[in-house]
Structures are given as structure tokens and as C-alpha cells.
Design a protein around this ligand. Sequence first.
Ligand SMILES: Nc1nc2c(ncn2[C@@H]2O[C@H](COP(=O)(O)OP(=O)(O)OP(=O)(O)O)[C@@H](O)[C@H]2O)c(=O)[nH]1
Ligand SMILES: [Mg+2]
Length: 361
Amino acid sequence: MQIGIVGLPFSGKTTLFQTITKTHLDSSAFGKNETHRVVIKVPDEQLERLIEIFSPKKTSNATIDLIDVVGLKKGDSGSTQFTNNFLSTVKTNDTLVQVVRMFESNAVPHPDGSINMMRDIVSFETEFIISDLSILENRIDKIKKQFQKSGGEFLKNELPTLEKAYDILHREIPLREADLANDELFLLKTYSLLTLKPMLIALNLDETQRVDAERYVESVRKMKAGKNTKVLSFYGKIEMEMSELSDEDASLFMSEYGIKESALHMLIREAYDLLGLQSFYTVGEDECRAWTIRKGMTAQEAAGVIHSDFVNKFIRAEVVGYDDFIEHGGSFARVKEYGVWRLEGKEYIVKEGDIISIRHS
Ligand SMILES: Nc1nc2c(ncn2[C@@H]2O[C@H](COP(=O)(O)OP(=O)(O)OP(=O)(O)O)[C@@H](O)[C@H]2O)c(=O)[nH]1
Ligand SMILES: [Mg+2]
């Protein structure tokens, strides 16, 4: 999974990126104006517990590619402009985190001269909509021209969907919030449209804004009540300082500041939720591993994530839920004895936290 961090200049994108990846602790060349990518381990308490039980030779957390996307400029007219670098990076991202600046700082003035989260969110969305409209317009023109010239019936089939999407955007509704059928979504996804990507709006607050945090988040939620959008807040500056502390000191620091969850945990949890993802585990003395799949996947599909050969060679899945496993002392003998260990067929819908072993031919 790829998560791209985007937002207006000086909103705190790099601060959030460095907090999560701890890349600021390694001072070796962290260029200001380049796109940064780091593969991060998804923190997973359940996996930690399984590792304690099995003491495996190898452990593998699920991973996420986190990208600090540069390349957003303020144009001469004051409007925001996306560079080609920005567009080509964002294209491949599964979800976007839009950092919205709430902190005041005289040292780093806001590019628009004042703090106004609603204005920033709307102006960013407007740029996304304009970018998508231009992609769709080009495509619609091209298809129409080609059709006039040489027929090409199959291309014409795309037109109603493209025109529907164009119309939605024209009404200033981002595509992620629109009601689209699966086949329409399937086609539109091939155009890497910006407003189709799920969006996490992350308000970057100053520690002095703590009392208002919930109110700010709620008001943005009300404005962006549509689908595929989530809103959260974090404290860029103090969380960056916190990421330099030991785990123990960091949790003391967090309770002192009333921070319930670190930016890293919150971001990953919300991104999983937004993308409809969940984890299952494979365990043993050789390896304990977390796998990420879409909710609703069958045992056979999940087997294919472990190894593509397992799809055709699938016989049965041995399954036990994480909670059941722990409740029974983390012992396969006991979960079998108490009947919570099951053999499931290929249609079984995998549940969050399932511990699975695939029987294959
Ligand atoms: N006071 C305060 N300053 C912050 C906070 N977050 C970031 N800053 C400062 O604001 C400045 C810009 O932060 P960056 O994280 O570089 O912002 P950015 O969005 O990556 O900026 P560009 O990449 O230049 O567009 C830096 O000097 C940060 O130290 C915060 O929560 N509070
Ligand atoms: Mg930056």
C-alpha cells in the first residue's frame, strides 16, 4: 500500500513524514525539495504477542510505502499548481493524506497570509477537481474525434462514464464522494484521477490548540461528510520531538499532553479503515507474519496473497481467530480440543486477526 502525504506549502508534510519514519534522526542528506519515500513497518500488537508465543526465527510486519510528495507551487496568480513530478508521484498512491496547517508561526508564515483550514481544504480540492476535469476533457475529445474518423465502437462505450464523471466534477463534487457503479469505478481508475483517491485530512495543530482539537475535527467532518474521506488531527512539532524519545518516555509525554494515539498509529489505522483493509497472520517457529488483505476476501484469495500458486492448489484453510487463540493460552492443541480451531473451504470470508494455515496440494 502506498500513502502519499500532500498539502499546501509549509503545512507540515515533511514534519509528519519525518515523525512517522524517524528519518530526521539520521541527518544524512534529507534534501528539502525532493520526494521522500520510506517503507514503514505497520505496528501490530497482535503480531508482537504471537512473536512472544512462537519465538520464530523470522518476523515480518505488514509494510506501507510512505511518500512525502513535493511539487506543489503557488503560481504567480496566487493559485496552487501541481508540477509533473507531483502528478506522476500521486498517480501511484492508494490513498492521500492531506496535511492542513492550523499552527501559527511568524517564522514560517502561511503562504496565504493567514490560518484558515476551510479555505485551504476547499482550495486544494478545487485544484484536484480542475486537474481531473482536464484529464477527462482531453479523453472525451480524443474519443469523439477518433470515433468520427474510424468508428471504434469499443471506445465509445467509455463515453457515458467519462461524461458522468465530468458532470459530477463540474458540480464541484470530488469523485471519491460520488455514487459510482463498480464498472464505472473500474474504468475511471485507469485514468489515475486525483479526486477518486480516498483522502485522509490531517489537521496539523499547535499544542496550544489542544482544547479545540475535537471541535476543529468535527467541523471539517461536517463539511466533508462524504464517502472515502476521514479527518484526524496531530501535533506536528511536539510529535516530532516525541519520536526521539524511548517508548516509555514517549508514552509519559503523550499522557502529559493528552495525546491518545501517536500520528503513526492513527494514520495507519485510519488508512486501513479507509481502504477497507485488514490483517491476518501466519505463525510458526520459522516465521510469524502479518498479511494485509481487503475485507471480504475469501480464504482462497488470501492464500493467493501468501503465494500465487496457492490459489489453484488450495485444499483447505486451517483457521483460528486471534482472540480465541490467545484465550486458549496460545496453544494449537488447546484450540483444537476446545473446538475453536476450524477447517474452512475456499469460500470462507477471512476475518480480521485470523491465524491461518493453508493446506495445499
Ligand atoms: N510551530 C509549529 N511549527 C511547525 C509545525 N509543523 C511544522 N512546523 C514548522 O513549519 C515549517 C514547515 O514544515 P514542513 O514540515 O517542512 O512543511 P512542508 O509542508 O513539508 O513544507 P514544503 O515541503 O516546503 O511545502 C518547518 O519549519 C517546521 O518546523 C507545528 O505543528 N507547529
Ligand atoms: Mg516538505
